[in-house]
Design a protein around this ligand. Structure first.
Ligand code: NAD
Length: 477
């Protein structure tokens, strides 16, 4: 194995910490809920005290504006903690269920036990939120966890490591920094649950590794999230909401609008208004490069990948409605809005994950739906238009991880909604109660009465009487 020194030490540390977490998980299993709350409160306190360190780290990684970090990383995680603290007593309470006629006399509850030792593998694009957010759910459910943050955002990974070292004993929460080698080494351990956020391609690698130990998985993946804009769109609202969701974080958002499918009757107005709104929101004195509201591409590899996607589309005949100079040295990429994009361009096939927005037109809603349904199921689907009949038609004829009507991406911040994809865009759900469930084993506990029980009607020997009761029951159900 060709491994960097930091990775070598992470690798030797993993086996030791995994063993200690296995033992500690048994202690955590019988702890009162108050102990979980104490951990969550300590986590929130550290984040509040060290808010500027988190902002600086993410700025150093890809020049993300402070307020964006506040809104999409710090506020999002603190909301998750606050929601868990407010609801944990209710979530953990054993839930009574009624007995059917065949179980008269029994009493049953569903209890929620921690899964045990969990692995959280995070991506780089919301490097704090997507490492610490799942940790909140893991701790709320009473687990131990090892976090593997992304190697592409090293400053934020170091902050996540520092946070965990200062707040938790590593027998409860530990961080293994490093790249693919560290991730693969972690995946060789028999974790009780693996929570992975990243690309569909690596999601498959993780699921294969999990299968070796039959570990359960939550896979938060990506893909192309489409926007349909119908003729009944309220233009001013739509372009503002789309521009923010697309260009925030420099377009590097799993639920960013990937492409727009716009009805031909409104496409010219949409493109014109979207250009104006993008400049108004993100540029300063007409410059995106000098703007402090506009982040950067995470690394050279992604900068080159995005440039190649744009070049390929242009070579195939796409027009640039909005574009400008780029700077490879600082990984500055001007927002790009392109029209007339041929449907066989690479940009219409791969997840874009950057500040490039193809706009294509449709003439019939059925055709637009068919186009979307030919692609893998998206993580998010956005519909703009006030026509309820069209909204219903799109909702019923397509499949997606989530749908927002007349807005984009804000469902991520709604604590009462499950977040996640479907098939290629993900398996399982996260956030709030759904995150708690992902890290819990829903364990039914059935208590039987003393003496004769209703199921004894069906015990052998299978007499005429038993058969008669069985026939009666089968007719009844
Ligand atoms: P990625 O899949 O390349 O990497 C994610 C993590 O997996 C990193 O920590 C990385 O070190 C690790 N990894 C990479 N290759 C590995 C391998 N061969 N074996 C084991 N581990 C490996 O993803 P990324 O580039 O960091 O993030 C972008 C992707 O994540 C996009 O597809 C985006 O849509 C998706 N995403 C999804 C969500 C969501 O909530 N559904 C959120 C953010 C990002």
């Amino acid at each position: 194995m060709n491994t960097a020194p930091a990775e070598t030490s992470a690798i030797s540390f993993i086996s030791d910490v995994f063993g200690r977490q296995k033992k500690q998980a048994e202690v955590l299993r019988s702890e009162p809920v108050a102990a979980r709350k104490k951990r969550l409160k300590a986590l929130a306190a550290w984040i509040k005290t060290n808010r500027s360190l988190i902002q600086q780290a993410i700025y150093s990684d890809f020049r993300k504006p402070e307020v964006e970090t506040d809104a999409t990383e710090i506020f999002a995680v603190l909301t998750e903690i606050g929601h868990a603290l407010a609801n944990l007593d209710g979530w953990t309470k054993p839930r009574k269920v009624d007995a059917p006629i065949t179980m008269v006399g029994t009493r049953s509850t569903i209890t929620y036990e921690p899964k045990g030792v969990c692995l959280i593998i995070a991506p780089w694009n919301y490097p704090f939120n997507l490492s610490v957010g799942p940790l909140v759910s893991a701790l709320a459910a009473g687990n131990c966890a090892i976090i593997k943050p992304s190697e592409l955002t090293p400053h934020t990974s170091a902050i996540v490591a520092r946070l965990c070292a200062e707040v938790f004993d590593d027998s409860v929460v530990a961080v293994a920094e490093g790249g693919v080698e560290v991730s693969q080494h972690l995946l060789s351990f028999p974790f009780d649950h693996i929570f992975f956020t990243g690309s569909p391609a690596i999601g498959k690698v993780v699921m294969q590794a999990a299968a070796r130990n039959l570990a359960s998985v939550t896979l938060e993946l990506g893909g192309k999230s489409p926007v349909i804009i119908t003729p009944s769109v309220r233009l001013r609202d739509a372009v503002k909401r789309i521009a923010v969701a697309k260009f925030i974080n420099n377009g590097q958002t799993c639920i960013a609008p990937d492409y727009l499918l716009v009805h031909e009757s409104v496409i010219d107005d949409v493109v014109k208004a979207l250009k104006a709104e993008t400049v108004k929101l993100f540029a300063v004195d007409g410059s995106f490069e000098r703007s402090s509201h506009y982040a950067r591409i995470v690394n050279e590899k992604h900068f080159n990948r995005l440039s190649a996607l744009v070049d390929d589309a242009i070579a195939r005949g796409a027009n640039l409605a909005l574009s400008g100079a780029v700077d490879a040295a600082t990984r500055f990429m001007h927002p790009v809005i392109m029209t007339n994009v041929p449907r066989d361009a690479r940009i219409m096939d791969e997840e874009i994950f950057g500040p490039v927005l193809p706009v294509i037109s449709y003439s019939s809603l059925a055709g637009a739906i068919e186009y979307i349904n030919q692609k893998p199921k998206p993580l998010a689907f956005y519909i703009f238009g006030s026509n309820k009949k069209e909204q219903q038609e799109i909702l019923h004829k397509t499949s997606a991880g989530a749908v927002c009507i007349n807005d984009c991406a804000i469902h991520f911040l709604h604590p009462n909604l499950p977040f996640g994809g479907v098939n290629n865009s993900g398996i399982g759900k996260s956030h709030g109660y759904y995150g708690f469930l992902a890290f819990s084993n829903e364990k039914p506990v059935l208590r039987q009465r003393r003496g004769f029980t209703s199921v004894q009607f069906f015990y052998p020997p299978y007499t005429h009487g038993v058969k008669k009761i069985m026939n009666w029951l089968i007719r009844l159900v």
